[in-house]
Design a protein around this ligand. Structure first.
Ligand SMILES: NC(=O)c1ccc[n+]([C@@H]2O[C@H](COP(=O)([O-])OP(=O)(O)OC[C@H]3O[C@@H](n4cnc5c(N)ncnc54)[C@H](O)[C@@H]3O)[C@@H](O)[C@H]2O)c1
Ligand SMILES: O=C(O)C(=O)C[C@@H](O)[C@H](O)[C@H](O)COP(=O)(O)O
Ligand SMILES: [Zn+2]
Length: 359
């Protein structure tokens, strides 16, 4: 089966990426050694499509599953939902021998992964991603967590999944906007590590929700290799996956969670990072334009909505985890396919760049 292996010593796991693989979920999970009681965490959009089939499959294979559904959307990535889920799971009889399955997009993966990291001081979990963002990005790498009013992902834990079952067939039921937003992360991976992949992304049809599994798997592998180099973002390599995210997260947290989808905010943040890369590094205007054209192809926003104030974005982005001891670490491109962390930008330069996003 087409597999991306994530090599992290005793926390290693496989990402199995193939059309239809969801139907073999129970068999694949059994093969990891997981058994018994399992809490399947999903959301109100995803569960109606996929939970019946998954639960039946799990029961047939001898698992004892319970389903826990939260309202769809970014607002559910909250401490309130963490507590509600932990209470529901306890009431359903789960304990430290249980495990968790995250069935959904990045919101569910981050939320359920965080619940798994703390429930009974930590239980294993399996990711079953159902959006582009979660297939290529959030299901891999073990960053789990929730948002608080002060900023994105500010409460969380590193907790690697035991297995990722990545079935691109699930994309068929996504709404158009939710399908397209995910390409912000697909483009990001190519922009930081694989220049040649930009041309392949350009060949995709944004209206056809059946991208080649092989391209998805190669995009996943970009993330896997970065995570292998720097699992907990300590050496700086993993920070490269944050390309477009410093200003992007600032923008996402400046409006009620969910008003802008993650990929939409990252599209705006990437335009800012490209402007800064041309000005402060060696990225050519031609390459910046080539990357921006991909965001346009997927109809992702590149102009900051007027009701979002620059000062609010600045206030939120100051909470970015890449800022330490007052120093700004900002991811730039020096060429298409090559990123680095710059320690040289000032807050005024970031503020001016947010302003440039207004037209
Ligand atoms: N942990 C990480 O490394 C990482 C990486 C990237 C993004 N993220 C996080 O992921 C989140 C965004 O994830 P997302 O873009 O997948 O959003 P999401 O999980 O909210 O999904 C988007 C929408 O699509 C619906 N949906 C999901 N799958 C569906 C399907 N197959 N059919 C029909 N509807 C479906 C959801 O209910 C939701 O309404 C953000 O919170 C972001 O911070 C985390
Ligand atoms: O996995 C990573 O590392 C990333 O940076 C991937 C990002 O796409 C993702 O949005 C992540 O959640 C951001 O992490 P954060 O630590 O900046 O909150
Ligand atoms: Zn992201």
């Amino acid at each position: 089966m087409p597999t991306v292996h994530v090599n992290l010593g005793d926390r290693s796991y496989d990402v199995i990426c193939e059309y239809g693989v969801l139907n073999q979920a129970a068999e694949l999970i059994s093969a990891t050694g997981l058994k018994g009681k399992v809490a399947v965490i999903s959301d109100s959009n995803v569960a109606p499509h996929y939970s019946d089939g998954l639960l039946a499959n799990l029961k047939t294979a001898g698992f004892d599953p319970s389903l826990h559904t939260v309202p769809a959307g970014e607002a559910s990535k909250s401490m309130t939902q963490v507590e509600l889920l932990c209470r529901e799971m306890t009431q359903a009889g789960h304990d430290r021998k249980s495990f968790v399955i995250a069935l959904g997009g990045g919101v569910i993966g981050d939320l359920a992964g965080f619940v798994a990291s703390i429930f009974y001081r930590g239980v294993p979990f399996v990711q079953i991603p159902t959006t582009i963002v979660s297939l290529v990005d959030s299901s891999v790498g073990g960053k789990t967590g929730v948002n608080i009013a002060e900023g994105k992902n500010l409460v969380g834990a590193f907790h690697q999944p035991r297995l990722v079952i990545a079935d691109p067939a699930t994309l068929a039921t996504l709404e158009d906007r939710e399908y397209r937003e995910g390409f912000a992360e697909v483009i990001k991976h190519a922009a930081i590590r694989d220049e040649a992949m930009l041309a392949e992304i350009d060949k995709l049809d944004p209206a056809d929700k059946a991208p080649p599994a092989e391209l998805i798997a190669r995009n996943i592998a970009i993330k896997a290799r970065v995570v292998e180099e720097d699992e907990q973002e300590t050496s700086g390599t993993r920070a490269l996956l944050n390309f477009g995210h410093t200003i992007g997260h600032g923008i996402e947290a400046s409006v009620p969670y969910g008003e802008l989808l993650h990929g939409e905010a990252i599209s705006l943040g990437t335009r800012a990072a490209l402007l800064l890369s041309v000005k402060h590094s060696t990225l050519s205007q031609e390459d910046a334009d080539r990357i921006l054209a991909l965001f346009e192809k997927f109809q992702l926003p590149l102009v900051l909505p007027q009701h979002i104030s620059t000062e609010t974005v600045m206030e939120k982005l100051l909470r970015d985890k890449k800022f330490s001891a007052g120093a700004i670490h900002f991811v730039l491109l020096d060429a298409a396919g090559s990123a680095f962390v710059s320690p040289d930008l000032t807050l005024d330069e970031l503020r001016d760049t947010v302003e440039l996003l207004r037209s």
